[in-house]
Structure formats: C-alpha cells, structure tokens
Design a protein around this ligand. Structure first.
Ligand code: HMG
Ligand code: MG
Length: 300
C-alpha cells in the first residue's frame, strides 16, 4: 500500500518565485495584500521576497519594505544570493534566510554570475555567521534533475552539493526541478536517496509544473517520505534565468490533492483561491489552475 504522512507543510513561494518573473510591475501594497490573504488562508511558511540586484530582478526591488510591513506569522523566508543580500536582509529584520545555488555550473553562472563552487565558497562564511546569530537557513538547490543548458543532472552531483550545505550547518534543503522535467520515478529516486543521506535536516521538494508532472512528482516524493513542499498560489512562478521554467505547482491544486487523501495542511483551498483572485488581475497572463477555475465558477 501507499505510504502517506498524516501532515504536510506547504511553503508558499508565490510572493517570491511567483512574482519575480512577472512582466507587469506589481505594487508593494498589492504584494502585501496578497501575502496577508495567503496568511489568512492558513499559510505558516512563506518565501516573501528576495534581496538580489534590482538590475537583475526589478520586481523584487521593494524587498526591504515587504519584510518590514508583512505581519509576523510563522516562518518567513527571504532569498539572498550573497553576503550583500544577507546583510540587507538582516538589516530589514529577516529571521529566516534562503540561499540558492544551482547544481549546474552553466545555470548558476546565468543566475548569479558565479560558478557553483565560487558561490559555495562565498556562501560558507555567510552561512556560518547566520547560524552563529541563530537564524534559520534554508538552501535552495536548483537544477536538481535537469538543466536548461546542460541537460540531465546525476543524483550523485545533487547529493554532493547537499552534503556541502549540510556540513555548513543549514537547517533545510529545498531541492528543485527548476524547469519541470522530472518524472515520478526520478522524483522518488532522488528524494529517497537524500532522505537516507541527510536525516538531520528538513527536506523539501520544489516542483515547477512546465509539463504538468508536478502533482505526480509530489505523490512520488510523498512515497519517499517527503512531507514539505514549495508551492505557489495560482501556479505563478518561474526563474528569469532558466528558459522554459514556467510556474510552480499551484498551492490550491496540491492542498486539494492532500485534502482528498486525508493529509492535514491547515490550509483552506477556498481562501487560497480568494488570494489568487486578488492577484490574478495584476499579472500579465491568465491564471487557469484546476481548482482556481472551479472557484471562479463558484464550485470550489
Ligand atoms: P553581479 O553583477 O555579479 O554582482 O551579480 P556584483 O557583485 O559584481 O555587484 C554588481 C552590483 O550589484 C553592485 O552595485 C552591487 O552592490 C550590487 P553597483 O556598484 O553596480 O551599484 N549587488 C546587489 N544589490 C542588491 N542585492 C544584492 C547584491 N549583490 C550585489 N544581493 C548577483 C550577482 C547575485 C547580485 C546577481 O546575479 C543577482 O542578483 N542575481 C539574482 C538572480 C535571481 O534572483 N534569480 C531568481 C531566484 S533563484 C530561483 O528562482 C530558483 C528557485 O526558485 C529554485 C528553482 O526553482 O530552481 C530558488
Ligand atoms: Mg523556483
């Protein structure tokens, strides 16, 4: 029979991964309304924003105000690529920091202008300092299955990168299918290996839904013992430096599947759909995730 957890933690990434690649400028107050309506739906862990170069990612230029003005509920992550980002995040009052590195060198160069090893070497003292100051540190591992430039990534390479982060003392690894190419067998195999190798950290799966495989990949990851998933309300998302990376798997669709399996998340699908309804007119493309479409037709 299937092995399923009783509870799953959803980490909402819509305000960060969802909006970072959005063509329309979304106003700071609209972002805050979106964040607060997601909190009202029961979200307890969320990626709020990122402290990155505003020249590279203009949509995240308001990071300081987003951190300052968000209600302090649960664990709120901000992404940082380097020491400067970490310093700005702490100055703004962030308490949970997410660093991000790609397994693939080519992707990492395009994303943060450094090779993977250069990024790790630069992040090591930053993470040590964050841990000395008792901050929560999450490491996001991009291109853990496929890279848009280098193709298939071997799971041993992912495991080596994770080991380096674990040795630096991170609390969580969020392992990503950046361009949504993984299949359920690859999802099971990688998460099974990581679960076995790194029992001392929280392990989270982050699936983009480019080929509509994310729900199947989540079900496979559940079988491997994963009970934390990054999802994005309305399926918003995509990395500006990963061609072909469309939205993340939709929070409402994942919570609906978990509800139907009797797995608790503490999140209301209906209220997530209300949050999506609030952000939908502000983004440059239609939102057509399964549960949101039903909600619009008043049958959610
Ligand atoms: P660079 O040009 O090599 O930076 O970019 P630099 O160190 O040479 O500095 C150049 C300028 O940027 C300087 O300013 C720095 O002060 C400034 P200037 O002197 O020209 O006025 N700078 C910064 N400003 C604000 N915040 C900072 C910062 N660092 C330097 N942190 C850099 C390197 C990392 C800055 C750039 O490449 C960058 O910002 N990249 C961001 C990429 C990004 O946000 N990608 C999306 C997030 S990752 C993702 O979506 C994947 C994930 O979802 C998982 C998955 O799905 O795979 C997590
Ligand atoms: Mg992502």
């Amino acid at each position: 029979m299937f092995s399923l957890p009783k509870n799953v933690t959803i980490i909402e990434v819509g305000p960060r991964d969802g909006l970072q690649n959005e063509k329309n400028h979304v106003d700071e107050n609209d972002k805050l309304d979106f964040i607060h309506s997601l909190q009202a739906a029961g979200i307890k862990e969320m990626e709020l924003t990122s402290f990155v170069s505003p020249k590279w990612v203009p949509q995240m230029a308001d990071a300081k105000n987003i951190v300052a003005k968000t209600k302090k509920i649960g664990r709120q992550f901000v992404l940082v690529p380097n020491e400067k980002g970490a310093d700005l995040a702490i100055e703004a009052g962030a308490e949970s920091i997410a660093v991000f590195v790609g397994v693939s060198n080519t992707f990492n160069k395009k994303n943060i202008n450094r090779t993977t090893v250069e990024s790790l070497d630069a992040l090591e003292p930053v993470i040590s300092k964050l841990k000395r100051d008792s901050l929560f540190v999450r490491a996001c591992i991009s291109t853990a299955f496929y890279c848009p430039y280098e193709g298939k990534i071997e799971k041993e390479e992912v495991s080596d990168l994770c080991r380096r982060f674990v040795s630096m003392g991170v609390d969580e690894l969020s392992v990503a299918d950046t361009i949504g190419m993984a299949n359920p067998v690859e999802s099971y195999d990688l998460f099974n290996l990581l679960k076995e190798q790194f029992p001392q950290v929280l392990l989270t799966a982050h699936f983009h839904d480019t080929r509509k495989m994310a729900i199947a990949n989540i079900f496979a990851a559940l079988q491997a013992g994963i009970d934390r998933f990054d999802t994005s309300a309305g399926g918003l998302g995509g990395c500006p430096f990963a061609p072909g990376a469309t939205g993340n798997v939709a929070t409402e669709d994942v919570v609906h599947m978990l509800d139907s399996l009797g797995i608790e998340t503490g999140i209301s699908v209906e209220k997530i759909c209300e949050a999506v309804g609030m952000i939908a007119p502000l983004v440059s493309h239609p939102i057509d995730t399964g549960l949101y479409k039903m909600h619009k037709n008043r049958s959610c």
